[in-house]
Ligand binder design. Structure first.
Ligand code: 5GP
Ligand code: MN
Length: 337
């Protein structure tokens, strides 16, 4: 993988560009994709954003979201665009598997593949150019750096700012995590200069749910949470029946894993959701508890040091049993005792 600045000189000549990101895109994935979309479109490129799957409705306000193709319902059209592309930008994921059914299509395309990502242990052999930096708060910060370093800082519009700000607040927990550096705050100052209404963005993302989601959270925290004080860990499990009972949609479970971390002394929180095709895990931690390694070793996943995800094809009961066994056996290795 060559350094991304090698493509700067080619930005002036129009290309057919695809931007893609990880399945079930979150604010950083969608915000970085659409921020880059608006930037490259302004430069005269022909750009399409393709998401491997659907996304949470709290992202629909983002400028350009109505033009994003969902691969699961536009397979032929999206595959044709990917095959005809000159460049494919891959944002906010470290391995192509994270694009689900899109992975083989992207892999086979003759296009030049460009990575912009901040996850640990990227599969750099899959990309021709790119930048991977785990010290960056978000992929949105990296898209901002890309725009600034390519000499086009003047083209940061309010719509670009809105998209990038969404990813910043998503991945920094509204500027509370350690990755919210001085550079991040300087970036926010620059985005504000475009006229960005930051309060509105917070409301669009965090105050835009239906009543059923809050009822669901109450139910889950009361009935589906186990706290293992001896291992400073808490676990939430969500059976399929709960998802049906409360009519839970994509995005409604986002952020749930953070609640147990607010319990005094808890340093790792895990949630597992019984989805149709798999049991989807999310892990969050505080301080020196490395959930990237935990997810990688035991739940086919990965991510960041303090925030990672994973999966299991076993039943909910079996994957919960595995979690408790692994927790007991490895708690001291993961600084949980
Ligand atoms: P979340 O728990 O919000 O789904 O994900 C937390 C972080 O880990 C995000 O940065 C996400 O992109 C990453 N992540 C989630 N699931 C997986 C996975 O299965 N594999 C890898 N490598 N990263 C994941
Ligand atoms: Mn991210």
């Amino acid at each position: 993988m060559q350094p991304i600045h090698h493509i700067f000189s080619q930005l002036e000549s129009p290309r057919r560009v695809i931007i893609t990101t990880h399945q079930k895109p979150d604010p950083d994935a969608m915000g970085s994709s659409l921020g880059l979309y608006h930037f490259l479109t302004r430069l005269g490129h022909e750009v399409n954003v393709i998401s491997p799957t659907n996304w949470a409705s709290f992202l629909d306000w983002m400028p350009g979201a109505d033009r994003v193709l969902n691969y699961e319902i536009t397979r032929e059209k999206s595959a044709a665009l990917i095959n005809a592309a000159d460049w494919i930008f891959c944002l906010d994921f470290n391995t192509l598997i994270r694009t689900k059914h899109l992975a083989p299509v992207v892999e086979k395309s003759p296009a030049i593949k460009i990575l912009i990502d901040h996850h640990q242990q990227p599969a750099i052999e899959s990309f021709h150019y790119g930048v991977s930096d785990t010290t960056k708060s978000s992929t949105c910060e990296m898209v901002y750096d890309f725009i600034m370093e390519s000499g086009h800082g003047h083209s940061i519009s309010m719509e670009i700012a809105e998209c990038l700000y969404a990813g910043l607040i998503g991945d920094t927990g509204s500027f509370r995590y350690p990755a919210a550096s001085a550079d991040v705050h300087r970036m926010v100052a620059r985005l504000k200069e475009t006229g960005l209404r930051h309060t509105q963005i917070h409301e669009n993302i965090y105050d835009n749910f239906l009543e059923n989601r809050l009822r669901f959270i109450g139910h889950v925290l009361t009935n589906r949470m186990e706290v293992f004080y001896e291992y400073n860990t808490a676990l939430i499990f969500v059976p399929k029946s709960d998802l049906l009972r409360f009519d839970i949609k994509t995005g409604d479970t986002e952020g749930l894993v953070n609640y147990p971390l607010s319990i005094q002394g808890i340093r790792m929180a895990a949630i597992v959701i019984d989805r149709d095709e798999e049991r989807k895990w999310s892990f969050r931690s505080k301080g020196n508890v490395d959930v990237n390694t935990f997810a990688r070793l035991y739940f086919e996943g990965g991510g960041h040091f303090n925030a990672a995800g994973g999966r299991s094809s076993a039943s909910l009961e079996d994957t919960l049993r595995t979690f408790k066994k692994v927790l007991k056996e490895t708690a001291s290795d993961f600084q949980l005792t």
